[in-house]
Design a protein around this ligand. Structure first.
Ligand code: ADP
Ligand code: MG
Length: 336
């Protein structure tokens, strides 16, 4: 269900704090539209002169992705997962095939830390739900069973648009990737429509291009330990700023806080890092990488970032300690 809130007009020199607490920017007169999508708030900031039909196109496209690619609500991905469980072949649309093949490439690049075939496990931990209820942890035997035949998108066999999984435990889950793909699609669509200055925020993952006025877009990274910001940075050209965090979507299971990002090697919530922000021209890569680096943890995120070709990374650990790569040196305010 898409909720439409009224378009806001923002005046010059006003500072705008978007709902996710993730984005601050000085704006020249700009159009700001807000909806609820991908289980969270979505904000689109556009030049005032942008045709309404173009903005409508963007919202329609995003809404279609939101509905079709959800892992646990009726839609294309859900149907594929049912076919995998039954050992049946299924048919994908060209768009879905390119999503799956793109995600498979990210799984390989991340050395399996990002695993979009992990949906069965995510469901066992109770994260295929809009509400994060407390409860018991999944039984150790259940996790052990999943680990005996760990799913991978490499187990999918393609014949044209037809696909089947060699592993009946494979369940697609694009929760760690779809928003990145959607961000790239939206900015491409805007550029084709002649808009070169825009910002889109999907639940705290955002992509921007151009500038809203004299100065670049200023975006903020949330402080995992409080309501404020850990840092802000100015975007350069077309750039995505994507954060994976263990502090927002979690369940209290057997009295312990369990985050929604799972380590495919252990079958359990990823310990260690609390927040990983990746800045990169490709939002899809940034999304997959942010999830993968959070799984890799405090000791292993740097070499994995290098292997994945992401050089601008900010991580925050459980003690609130922040580290960043050389590419972000001088770009963060306050300096880390
Ligand atoms: P956010 O949802 O906060 O933007 P992510 O991009 O990291 O964070 O996505 C987390 C979602 O990705 C989870 O809710 C789950 O659906 C899925 N997921 C969990 N663990 C993994 C993993 N190791 N690899 C790929 N996807 C994952
Ligand atoms: Mg992600």
């Amino acid at each position: 269900m898409m909720t439409t809130l009224p378009t806001l007009r923002v005046q010059r020199r006003q500072w705008l704090a978007l709902a996710a607490g993730l984005c601050l920017m000085p704006l020249a007169s700009a159009r700001h539209e807000r909806r609820v999508l991908f289980g969270s708030t979505a904000d689109l900031l556009l030049p005032e002169a942008t045709p309404a039909s173009l903005a409508d196109d963007i919202w329609r496209g995003l809404q279609a992705m939101n509905e079709r690619w959800n892992a646990w609500k009726p839609g294309d991905v859900h149907l594929l997962n049912q076919a995998f469980a039954a050992g049946r072949p299924a048919r994908a649309t060209p768009a879905l095939r390119s999503l799956i093949q793109g995600a498979a490439a990210m799984e390989r690049l991340s050395q399996g830390h990002f695993n979009p075939g992990i949906g069965g496990l995510v469901g066992q931990w109770g994260f295929h739900d809009d509400v994060m209820r407390p409860g018991p942890r999944p039984a150790a035997a259940e996790i052990a069973a999943w680990l005996t035949a760990p799913p991978s998108l490499a187990q999918i066999e393609w014949r044209g648009l037809e696909l089947r999984s060699r592993n009946p435990l494979l369940r697609l889950d694009f929760g760690g990737y779809a928003k990145g793909v959607a961000l790239d699609w939206a900015l491409d669509r805007l550029q084709r429509g002649g808009v070169h200055d825009a910002l889109l925020n999907l639940g705290g993952n955002l992509a921007a291009m151009g500038r809203p006025g004299q100065r670049p877009w200023r975006v903020g990274v949330r402080d995992p330990q409080g309501p404020g910001l850990a840092a802000t940075l100015l975007t350069q050209g077309r750039e995505a700023v994507v954060t994976s965090g263990s502090y927002e979507r979690f369940r209290v299971l057997d009295g312990q806080r369990c985050c929604h990002i799972l380590d495919p090697r252990s079958g359990r919530p990823a310990p260690g890092l609390v927040s990983v922000t990746v800045v990169h021209p490709s939002a899809a890569l940034a999304d997959a990488a942010a999830t993968a680096l959070l799984v890799a943890g405090p000791e292993a995120w740097r070499p994995l970032a290098q292997a994945m070709g992401v050089d601008a990374v900010l991580v925050i650990d459980q003690q609130g300690r922040r580290q960043h790569t050389a590419a972000l040196e001088g770009r963060l305010d306050p300096p880390v």
